[in-house]
Every structure is written in C-alpha cells, then in structure tokens.
Design a protein around this ligand. Sequence first.
Ligand code: NDP
Length: 271
Amino acid sequence: MSDRYCVFGNPIGHSKSPLIHAAFARQTGEDIVYEARLAPIDGFAGSVREFVAAGGRGANVTVPFKEEAFRLCTQLTSRARLAGAVNTLSFDNGAIVGDNTDGAGLVRDLSVNLATSLAGCRILLLGAGGAARGALGPLLEAQPAQLVIANRTAARASALAEQFSTLGPASGGSFDDLAGEGFDLIVNATSASLAGEVPPLPAAVFSAGTLVYDMMYAKGDTPFLAHARKMGVTRLADGLGMLVEQAAEAFFVWRGVRPETAPVLADLRRA
Ligand code: NDP
C-alpha cells in the first residue's frame, strides 16, 4: 500500500500541494499518495490524530495552523524551534516531529531559481508573522550585509529583530523608519496582498536594480508586485517558486530523496 501524506489547512481547496507532491512522486518513483484535508478551525489536533490512526506518515501544515502544529509536536528540528512555527510533520512510532521548510524554500528559490547571491546584500523583510519568522534564520545564514524587518505593528518587527540578532545584522521598526533607505532585495512576507493592499513604503526603498519578491502568488502580478513595477522595478518574483521549493524540502525530509523542482515549477506556471 502507498505511504500516505496530506496537507492540513482551512481553507484548503485552493492548495497546489497535492499536484506538486504527485509530480515529485512520479519523477522519483516514490510510492506515496498525498491529499488535501480540511481541518476544522477548532479541530486541528483531532484531524492530525485521525490521520495518524489511519496510517498517515507525514503532513504539511498551512494557514492558520502552523503555530498550533508547533505546539502539538513531541519533537522539533532546530529550524522549526527558531521559526516558532511548523509546516512539515513526520509521524514516527507515536512521535510527532515538526520541521519548518518555508525559509529554506525561500532561500533556495532566491539563490538557485532566481540566481541571486544574498551574501553582502541589503535585505528588507516586510511583515513579522509566521512566514517572516520562518524566513529569518535561513536569510541571515546567507550572510547579508543588513536585514531590516519592517511591519505595520512596529513593535513586533523590533522584537523579532532582537530575537534573531545573534544570527546576523537584523534590525526592526515601522514602514516610516525606512525613509531614505535603499535595498537590493525586498521580500514581502505580509498578507496585505491577500486583501488587495500594499504596505505604505517610502518610494526610495525601490530602485531599478532591486529584486522585489512577494511570498504570495497569483495569476499575473500580485498587488505588491504591480506597485513595485509602477515604481520602476523590473526584477520581480512571486512566491510560487518558494511554494515548490518548500515542498521539495518536505519531500526530502520524508523520503530522503530530493526531487527536481524546475520542471514542476514550469508546469505550474504553464497551468
Ligand atoms: P500572518 O498572519 O502570520 O502575518 C501577517 C503579516 O502581515 C503580519 O506581519 C501583519 O502585520 C501583516 N499585514 C497584514 N495585513 C496587512 C496590511 N494590510 N498592511 C500591512 N501589513 C499587513 O501570515 P503569514 O506570515 O503566515 O503569511 C504571510 C504571507 O506569506 C501570506 O500572503 C502567505 O500566503 C504567504 N506565504 C507564502 C508561502 C509560499 O510558499 N509562497 C509560505 C508561507 C506564507 P501586523 O503584525 O501589524 O498584524
């Protein structure tokens, strides 16, 4: 019988993860099935237990359960502990092992798919929620010259910067604090694009050479990428590559095999 995996979320109907993992399984010959499972907002832990009892070997976790998943785990990898959030669960003889592959997925998309060297870069990270937390460790490990976190609630950005400052040159504050600053890379890890909004950034943060990356993805430009384009930026990327790369990292955690991501990403873009 095939090994069973799934992604838990609410909502979950839109998830591309089943398509991605089915493509990885075909490519690598791994015998797995992977489905999307809707967990009730107040019933995540019960849904996980049900899936384990039915023979589930592992699961991905998406909005809004990543922090609850963190609390549910009996063991955590160091990158999950650092992120304070879990997007990958492995079920092993009664243990629930939590990992976080989001940050690794982002950095791999930036460095491999988008051929961007992060060492020595000036990086602006927008947002201080789960996605920003997951990205911080891997971004700082890539040794940027500076990493500025800016968030609508400035205190959350300052707290994050302080927490991660032992890993590298992180500072945090409000969008207004960015006046007069310019960046090589801007990563939007806010959920503003979901509401069709754009964080109010000073115009000078954008320059023609800046790579602007929105973790959200959409057909065509997200609102943030459309804004950056209007500001004269030509290097733009959405989060579809990150989605595929974090999935590949989870597949590797579960199966010990690293799938090739380029053909899967190309197929998703065509679709
Ligand atoms: P959270 O809810 O944990 O955090 C949301 C963040 O966005 C907070 O910092 C919040 O600020 C900020 N925010 C929300 N609305 C606005 C707004 N209108 N203007 C400015 N800031 C705003 O979400 P996540 O961190 O989990 O996810 C963030 C985004 O990243 C989502 O779009 C998600 O889809 C995407 N993502 C993509 C992945 C991928 O693989 N491509 C993986 C993970 C996430 P405040 O603190 O002030 O509330």
